[in-house]
Design a protein around this ligand. Structure first.
Ligand SMILES: Cc1ncc(C[n+]2csc(CCOP(=O)(O)OP(=O)(O)O)c2C)c(N)n1
Length: 382
């Protein structure tokens, strides 16, 4: 395995000392090393991967040094536009080092098993980089000659002034101790909050849940309470888009309550959509704010530094409130069930999840079909 500390040292040696990006579970250890070894003003966790490319471009313009931009391969889509329409060798021609975690990797033409949302993305990752004309190397736990590989690819970036990438397979890096997950003790557990929301909402309310643990917890709670999954849509991929999916449904079912269970990382990723969510009277937008990208290792977001309910006010939500205990969650959901107007409920939660949290056995395509059927069955009420 490659030591993340040594890897960072090699980057330093090659004059790379600025890091930004969106965390990924495959790069968890790398993230910990960056936190340990890089000054906090030289490491910025960005709201999305496109933003990280923008930040990297700004850094290069200010310093003429190559920025390192890290992401999961699913983030390439967010990064595509600023990479192709701006950083590209034929446009502004900016050297950038992309560090990409390869979920759903393909080894010797064989797909490694992974969650459904990673399969297609894994199959097309290297092809996408080829189409984007981004020179890249792939590293795994057995890679050697790192020193030369890294200096060669960085030299190419600098001499040709273009983005380049290193793609990392699963288990490339050593395991580092977990990020400190401590959070204020007076906050509610996220899974408990979801359980209270489910228990206190009407049985027919529709739920759209965001990417990561939140969807997994919603699924498990339905199982535990012996409830159907047909009213839920789990946004297993497309991080940051759950709110728009909920809006798309709410807009078509004006007499039906639609919940969006969002995360702080996800809402920050594509925040502009809130301007439209605030306009529907039947959407209850719940943000489970734990100040972290909990699902991929607990790296911090700005969730605890910003005032999300003030932001919701600014976006025009009719009701907005922040709560952090079980009683208030229950009260708010009971109120929200009857309220006419967009409702923004921020719940400050603890970081962390239980160890034995399962994964949905339902395929995303079945999930979509079941919700389609459920919505058809209630349409006569509208
Ligand atoms: C475009 C994209 N970038 C990164 C990821 C990896 N990812 C999955 S879940 C997650 C963290 C989500 O954080 P948050 O919304 O705050 O929810 P939490 O995990 O804290 O419950 C990340 C970064 C992804 N799935 N898609």
């Amino acid at each position: 395995m490659i030591s993340t500390d040594e890897f960072i040292e090699l980057l330093f040696k090659n004059n790379v000392s600025f890091f930004c990006g969106v965390p990924d579970s495959l790069l968890k250890s790398l993230n910990i090393s960056i936190n340990e070894k890089v000054n906090s003003n030289k490491h910025i966790i960005t709201s999305n991967e496109g933003a990280a490319v923008g930040l990297g471009i700004g850094y290069y313009l200010a310093t003429k040094k190559i920025p390192a931009v890290y992401m999961q391969n699913s983030g390439l889509g967010n990064a595509y536009n600023p990479l192709i329409s701006l950083a590209d060798i034929e446009v502004a021609s900016i050297p950038i080092l992309l560090l990409i975690g390869w979920r759903g990797e393909v080894v010797n033409n064989k797909q490694v098993s992974d969650e459904p949302q990673h399969i297609k993305q894994g199959q097309i990752t290297l092809k996408t980089l080829n189409i984007m004309d981004i020179p890249h190397i792939v590293l795994d736990q057995n890679s050697n000659n790192l020193d030369k590989k890294i200096s060669d690819i960085l030299e190419l970036a600098l001499t040709e002034k273009r983005p380049v990438a290193i793609v990392f397979k699963k288990n490339t890096f050593n395991n580092k101790a977990k990020i400190n997950l401590s959070s204020p003790k007076n906050l509610i557990r996220r899974e408990k909050a979801i359980e209270l929301i489910v228990r206190n909402s009407n049985k027919n309310s529709i739920f759209v849940s965001t990417t990561g643990m939140i969807s997994r917890e919603l699924y498990e709670i339905r199982e535990q309470l012996d409830m159907s999954h047909d009213t839920d849509f789990l946004t297993v991929g497309g991080m940051g888009h759950a709110s728009q999916i909920a809006l798309g449904i709410a807009n078509e079912l004006p007499n039906h309550k639609v919940f969006c269970l969002d995360g702080d990382g996800a809402i920050l990723m594509h925040m502009g959509g809130l301007a439209e969510c605030s306009r529907v009277p039947n959407m209850i937008h719940v943000i489970l704010n734990n100040g972290a990208h909990d699902s991929v290792g607990g790296q911090p977001t700005r969730g605890f530094d910003i005032d999300l309910s003030k932001i919701a006010d600014g976006f025009g939500y009719k009701k907005f409130i922040c709560v952090k205990d079980e009683l208030s969650v229950t009260d708010e959901i009971r109120l929200a069930n009857k309220y006419i107007g967009s409702y923004f409920l921020e719940i400050k939660c603890m970081r962390g999840n239980r160890d034995n949290l399962g994964r949905p056995s339902l395929k995303p395509s079945e999930n979509a079909l079941n919700l389609n059927k459920f919505i058809e069955s209630i349409k006569y009420e509208q």
